[in-house]
Design a protein around this ligand. Structure first.
Ligand code: ZN
Length: 330
């Protein structure tokens, strides 16, 4: 459970003693009424609290667990880290959706999607999702394709984005939606090689989509946003064609909010081809879903150079603050 309803601090105590006290009490009453009328009106995002440096610290923490691919110690340490960070802001207990995936060779792999629900009583739901597994080796590395994959941008940045968003929401008035933060497992596929595996397919999001009723017995969430590769210093988020086909109105809303924060990060251009990610399974399950990604990440993509120095706190902050604005603009 979380504590999203924490109110803003009200006016400090004022002494009724002495001359001018009537004025002070009037001022206090006025301030209180203003605060109350604000809380009664539409809730607003505390956008300025979203801290890119704090999110970047999450990226640094996650990189210590590398590799974070399926069936590794770092994979479990990543799960533990996500749950521990959520517990710090009282999002606890967090649901874990667990199952066993058997690959072509008969290897059984323990899988875990992490689902953290904010304001669980709210019937209106929105999903913010990312994947937390990383690829097992830097297969695109020109010098050493067997090098361990750091994965600062792919995939620690998305995890950092969700964790920092949860922190800010825990200090803010509730948005109109209950927010479900989902950390998907197995986005990099059965071989943990992502696009380096010709038979790639995501594992965690299709499993979640197939069991949607376990989490949404009353009806589907209204929309879903999936984040991947969002910390690039030179951040340019282009709308992705599958997302546009599936959730055009939401994509346009998100991009127009983002362009007010950092215009250069939200160009009008779209990616030249659809990008497969966890939004596909959610969309196919009937949830309007879109992907927020900067896929132009050369020459670092899936190489050993996907390290934290390629990331910026500013980029994370741009995406985080846009997401907050989006949550409070139904
Ligand atoms: Zn990814």
């Amino acid at each position: 459970m979380n504590s999203l309803a924490r109110p803003y601090p009200l006016t400090p105590a004022l002494s009724p003693k002495g001359r001018g006290s009537a004025f002070l009490w009037f001022a206090a009453a006025l301030a209180l009424s203003l605060v109350l009328s604000t809380t009664a009106a539409d809730a607003e995002a505390k956008v300025e609290l979203w801290d890119g440096q704090r999110a970047l610290a999450d990226v640094a923490a996650l990189l210590k667990f590398t590799p974070r691919s399926l069936d590794t110690a770092g994979h479990q340490l990543t799960i533990d880290y996500i749950k521990a960070e959520l517990a710090k802001i009282h999002v606890d207990p967090v649901a874990t959706q667990r199952w066993v995936f058997e690959d072509d060779s008969g290897r059984a792999v323990a899988m875990t999607n992490i689902v953290a629900r904010l304001d669980p009583e709210n019937p209106r739901r929105v999903i913010l999702a990312t994947h937390y597994d990383s690829i097992v080796r830097a297969y695109r590395d020109p010098k050493n394709p067997n090098a361990p994959m750091p994965g600062a941008n792919n995939s620690a940045s998305g995890v950092a984005l969700l964790l920092e968003t949860a922190r800010v929401l825990s200090l803010s008035q509730k948005p109109p939606f209950g927010v479900d933060l989902i950390f998907f497992d197995g986005e990099e596929g059965p071989k943990s090689l992502g696009a380096g595996d010709p038979a790639w397919h995501a594992l965690g999001s299709p499993y979640f989509a197939a069991h949607l009723k376990d989490y949404y017995p009353q009806g589907k969430p209204e929309k879903a946003v999936v984040f991947d590769m969002v910390c690039d210093k030179d951040l340019a988020l282009k709308a992705e064609p599958f997302s546009l086909a599936n959730a055009a109105t939401e994509v346009r809303k998100y991009w127009s909010l983002g362009a007010k924060i950092t215009p250069s990060s939200f160009p009008a251009a779209t990616t030249p081809y659809p990008i497969s990610d966890d939004h596909n399974a959610l969309a196919e399950a009937g949830i309007p879903s879109f992907l927020v990604i900067d896929f132009d990440y050369e020459p670092y993509f899936n190489t050993s150079a996907d390290t934290i120095d390629k990331c910026s706190a500013q980029s994370l902050e741009t995406v985080g603050r846009t997401t907050l604005q989006y949550l409070y603009s139904p």
